[in-house]
Design a protein around this ligand. Structure first.
Ligand code: HEM
Length: 153
């Protein structure tokens, strides 16, 4: 092909590539914000976690699980849960704790314990007025952990 024709063709091709890239970028910008952002970011996740753990520790059903844990140990569990939720919701946190299997194996957590814990978490989410859609997304994330946490029927 002659050179005179090739130049404008190359120019057209570059314009096409650029406009495709720009369309992809604006689609990304218009995409739904992460669950992390919709929940209100780190502080909101930390506040829900504190409320949830407060309820868990105050409930006689869960007393045996945390009996003997020092304030420092409970603080570490709390921080791991915050990081885990933040990370799973698409936030900028890194979860550095043990796997759910490692940290819950041998505790003998039952299906009823699990359901009771989920109820307490929902109470915390309701207290902070987390909308149904975000509550559902969080419940789906936690649902993926259940098999590694619950040991007994
Ligand atoms: C809602 C789902 C749950 C999540 C996301 C969760 C998450 C976690 C995390 C991140 C840790 C710390 C891991 C580490 O130390 O490296 C932990 C520890 C622990 N969890 Fe859970 N957990 C859940 C449910 C439960 C339930 C239902 C119970 C009790 C019935 C429970 C009892 C404990 C205990 C006792 C520890 C401390 C274990 C140890 O340090 O030896 N967890 N959990």
């Amino acid at each position: 092909m002659n050179r005179r024709l090739l130049r404008p063709l190359a120019l057209l091709a570059s314009i096409a590539v650029l406009s495709a890239v720009s369309a992809a970028l604006s689609a990304q910008a218009a995409a739904k914000p992460s669950l992390y952002k919709r929940l209100g970011g780190y502080d909101a996740i930390a506040a829900v976690t504190d409320d949830f753990i407060g309820r868990l520790i105050a409930d006689p059903r869960f007393e045996k699980f945390f009996a003997g844990a020092s304030t420092d140990s409970k603080g570490k569990i709390r921080q791991h849960v915050v990081d885990q939720l933040c990370n799973a919701a698409g936030g900028p946190c890194l979860y550095t704790g043990r796997t759910m299997k490692q940290s819950h194996a041998g505790l003998g957590i039952t299906e009823d314990d699990w359901n009771a814990a989920v109820k307490l978490l929902v109470a915390s989410l309701d207290k902070f007025k987390v909308p149904e859609a975000e509550k559902g997304e969080l419940a789906a994330i936690l649902g993926t952990l259940k098999a590694d946490i619950v040991e007994k029927k």
